[in-house]
Design a protein around this ligand. Structure first.
Ligand code: SAM
Length: 429
């Protein structure tokens, strides 16, 4: 099923969470000289025009990048991401928004490798065109082209991942960001991660996911917690209370396997800020939880709302794996009981943990003992099955594939004036 176009959702709150985390992961990878491979299993078009007919249809960027654009009080880590977006908008006007491949291109070094997969025929073409232009621009600036630095394939990212693991340098950052149009995507993500971890247990795998009422979504993070990665980190951002009709996307998460130790402190710094700026009502909140393979249960959990994670919908009831209980994997020793000392929110809005300093140091110390760093289609398909037709922001593909004028990024749905002549209308296969 290939009717999902990310152009309708570009720059929304879920993109902000995803791309902010992606920037942090690249920064961590860049701390070591050894080159790494960035693998994007579901790349999208790479660049999106926020003034395009696609993006303006529901103006989802107003829930994400929009309110952050002119802020002068950004936490430094968030500013790194915002500055990257601003870098592609030199006029200062918020016009283009980067997809994950563009973020990766900006954040990686000449010696790193990008392996990008996209199945949609129009978006994979646009993606390739964007990179061709970017390479041409770099060549004009005198940058030496690195032959196989970026490889773009129109193909199934789920199927293609295993062939790339382990990467030659034994360092990789993998982003898995499917449309979740069909519930099978949840299963595929788990299966592909299982296989990927078998081939390359030390890779950093980051998965974006929507938090919806549907069972697959509610149980998803809990299922990922049981994968055979040494550690996991789960962060969710909710911007508003879901309506009773289940329409729209109010909440999403990033689940990271083998997370860098630097990430959690940065999330703790930035997530309360995102809730403050992007939150629409009292349902706005965040959760940061971390655990190890041994229990699958959170060993540390912080939320904006108080003592315990507030599940979305009836997740706790529906998911036998949620909560603080320790489950054991076959063949594993009984784990020590996870400490359940809660974190509470102080009146000034800061998160204050009831955990003592020594205990906190233990919880947030690295495994190696070192201290942590401070820290469209005619009948539109919804990305999320909870959305109903007509609420996903999809629209006729007429303008899809519009090409940018020379030197400008290509963006799906970009208006002619801004992005050059649109190609003749094409019917989706
Ligand atoms: N990662 C992108 C970003 O952050 O800018 C957005 C990706 S979008 C959410 C998901 C993309 O996956 C869509 O462009 C869709 O066409 C593509 N897609 C769907 N199934 C796929 C598959 N099996 N393999 C590769 N791409 C797929």
């Amino acid at each position: 099923m290939l009717s999902y176009r990310h152009a309708f959702h570009a720059g929304n709150h879920a993109d902000v969470l995803k791309h902010f985390v992606q920037v942090q992961l690249h920064q961590y990878m860049n701390q070591k000289d050894t080159a790494y491979t960035y693998i994007d299993t579901h790349s999208g078009a790479g660049v999106y025009a926020l003034d395009s007919s696609f993006a303006t249809k529901k103006a989802e960027f107003d829930t994400g990048i929009g309110p952050l654009w002119n802020r002068t009080d950004l936490p430094p880590a968030l500013a790194d991401y915002i500055n990257l977006v601003k870098g592609m908008n030199p006029s200062g006007k918020m016009r283009y928004y980067p997809g994950s491949p563009y973020v990766a291109d900006k954040m990686t070094r000449p010696e790193d490798r990008l392996r990008l997969f996209e199945l949609h025929p129009a978006d994979s073409k646009i993606l390739a065109e964007n990179f061709r232009k970017a390479e041409a621009h770099k060549a004009e600036q005198g940058e030496r082209a690195r032959g196989r630095r970026v490889m773009i394939e129109r193909g199934d990212g789920f199927q293609s991942l295993k062939a790339l693991l382990p990467p030659p340098s034994r360092r990789a950052l993998v982003l898995i960001d499917p449309p979740y149009e069909v519930k099978d995507d949840y299963r595929k993500v788990k299966d592909v991660l299982e296989e990927a971890l078998g081939r390359f247990p030390t890779g950093i795998f980051a998965v974006w996911y929507p938090l919806l009422q549907r069972m697959e979504s509610r149980q998803f993070a809990d299922r990922l917690k049981r994968l055979a990665a040494k550690e996991w980190l789960n962060v969710t951002l909710t911007v508003s209370t879901p309506g009773p009709d289940g329409f729209g996307l109010h909440s999403s998460g990033m689940f990271i396997l083998n997370p860098p130790y630097t990430l959690e402190p940065l999330l703790r710094e930035v997530l309360p800020y995102l809730v403050k700026v992007l939150g629409k009502d009292t349902g706005a909140t965040f959760v940061i939880e971390r655990g190890t393979q041994v229990t699958g249960a959170a060993s540390a959990r912080v939320g904006a709302g108080g003592t315990a994670r507030q599940p979305i919908g009836n997740a706790r009831r529906a998911s036998p794996l949620s909560g603080t209980g320790s489950l054991r994997l076959p063949g594993q020793a009984a784990p020590a009981r996870a400490e359940a000392a809660p974190d509470v929110r102080r009146p000034d809005g800061a998160v204050a943990s009831k955990v003592g300093a020594a205990e906190r140091a233990k919880r947030f110390s690295r495994a190696d003992g070192a201290a942590p760093a401070a820290g469209e289609a005619k009948a539109p398909r919804a990305r999320y099955a909870d959305e109903r037709a007509g609420t996903s922001g999809t629209r006729p593909e007429r303008a899809a594939g519009a090409r940018a004028a020379s030197g400008r990024p290509v963006a799906p749905g970009a208006p002619r004036a801004a992005a050059g002549a649109a190609r003749a209308p094409r019917k989706r296969g």
